[in-house]
Ligand binder design. Structure first.
Ligand code: PLP
Length: 386
């Protein structure tokens, strides 16, 4: 049975071009970039080439890019660096729908005496600017907000938020792990000081990420040891994955608009058909302002996990809530924050597409879903009569 992989917000496949770019570093070019001999030292050039490619996708300067091990490390580093750069301030603002890599780090800092405010979202998952404007004060060190939500794809108005923070002496970080490579990002215009990204969300391997730190922003390293990354992130560089991330960013930039429109076309076809063919469905999130590859649909009166198991029997991979938190039956904190009604919150399924998905795959899912929903509704104590 052929796998239909519609779970690209959880992770993506490595692009063939990326794998090809990485292979020499996994085989013959195994030296240590810090070595003085040519065999190792030549890898420094490869790292700098990759840095320039990552910077180009974001319209940043290469020296503003620090390679890390993942999105989580980038987020932790950004938050820690901000509070260490502004030691007298004890206040962090984030949102109610962030990834655990931000939420749990803020909670950790709360145990160390910091105060965190989690700004709510509305029913469509939109950031509550009114609540935000009341929350910023002279004690605020950092505002850390995601660019796009991993579960719903909803995009936050970072430009507007950044304008509100102008001249307030507050650092502004964005977790752009789900946005990079999916929508255009121009760091010459976007008013953020730091931005996190992760390789495995854009067809590079797992275990590689990057943190953008705007020139002039105070920075304090999180990983302490050797002098790598100009003393900003210690640890012998993961050269193969760094090269892979560089190539993945180049590929993403080459056809960003074409891919956005391709994915939006597939996503909209899937979404429209499922809402038409499966009764009692609803889209979670702001349909006007979402990543083009993501749809989060609730099928009322049934359990999303049960839908996933049925889809799995057909070789279809999707997700209910975030992949990082599934396995537990507590409803997604994102959908809870959006006040999704009780009969819909457990029945949510996220389909997230990539450039490697096809129209035929979308048609296959459209063909099988109505049967799955009908069967599960018959078993549901609330859905029997429907
Ligand atoms: N932030 C967001 C929005 C994510 O979706 C994820 C992964 O799912 C992360 C951070 C963590 O990234 P990584 O898996 O590279 O640590």
């Amino acid at each position: 049975m052929k796998t239909i992989y519609f779970d690209n917000n959880a992770t993506t496949s490595i692009a063939p071009e990326v794998l090809q770019e990485m292979m020499p570093y996994l085989k013959e070019m195994y030296g240590n970039p810090s070595s003085t001999h040519t065999f190792g030292g030549q890898l420094r050039k490869s790292i700098e080439e990759a840095r320039a490619r990552v910077a180009k996708l974001l319209n940043a300067e290469p020296e503003e890019i620090i390679f890390t091990s993942c999105g989580t490390e980038s987020n932790n580093t950004a938050i820690m660096s901000a509070v260490e750069s502004l030691p007298r301030k004890k206040h962090i603002i984030t949102s109610a729908v962030e990834h655990p890599a931000v939420v749990n780090f803020c909670k950790y800092l709360e145990r160390k005496g910091y105060r965190t405010i989690f700004i709510p979202v509305d029913k469509k998952g939109r950031f509550r600017l009114d609540e935000f404007s009341k929350a910023v004060d002279g004690d605020t060190a950092l505002v850390s907000l995601m660019y796009a939500n991993n579960e719903t794809g909803v995009v936050f108005p970072l430009t507007e938020i950044g304008e509100m923070l102008k001249d307030r002496g507050v650092l502004f970080h964005t977790d752009a792990v789900q946005a990079v490579g999916k929508i255009p990002i121009d760091l010459k215009k976007l008013p953020v000081d730091m931005l996190s990204l992760s390789g495995h969300k854009l067809h590079a391997p797992k275990g590689i990420g990057a943190l953008y730190v705007r020139k002039g922003t105070g920075f304090s390293p999180y990983m302490i040891g050797g002098h790598q990354e100009q003393g900003r992130r210690a640890g012998t560089e993961n050269v193969a994955s760094i090269a892979g991330l560089g190539k993945a960013c180049e590929l993403a930039g080459e056809n960003l608009y074409g891919e956005m429109s391709y994915l939006k076309g597939l996503r909209d076809k899937l979404e429209t058909a499922l809402l038409k063919l499966c009764p009692d469905g609803r889209i979670n999130g702001d349909i006007e302002n979402r990543l083009p590859n993501t749809t989060n649909i609730s099928f009322k009166y049934i359990d999303g996990e049960a839908i996933l198991l049925k889809l799995n029997e057909f070789g279809v991979c999707a997700s209910s809530g975030s992949a990082c938190t599934s396995g537990s039956l507590t409803p997604s904190h994102v959908l809870k924050a959006m006040d999704v009604p009780a009969e819909a919150i457990h029945g949510s399924v996220r389909f997230s597409l990539s450039r490697y998905n096809t129209e035929a795959e979308v048609e296959k899912v459209i063909e099988i879903m109505p049967g799955i929903i009908k069967e599960l509704r018959k078993l549901s104590p609330y859905g029997k009569e429907r």
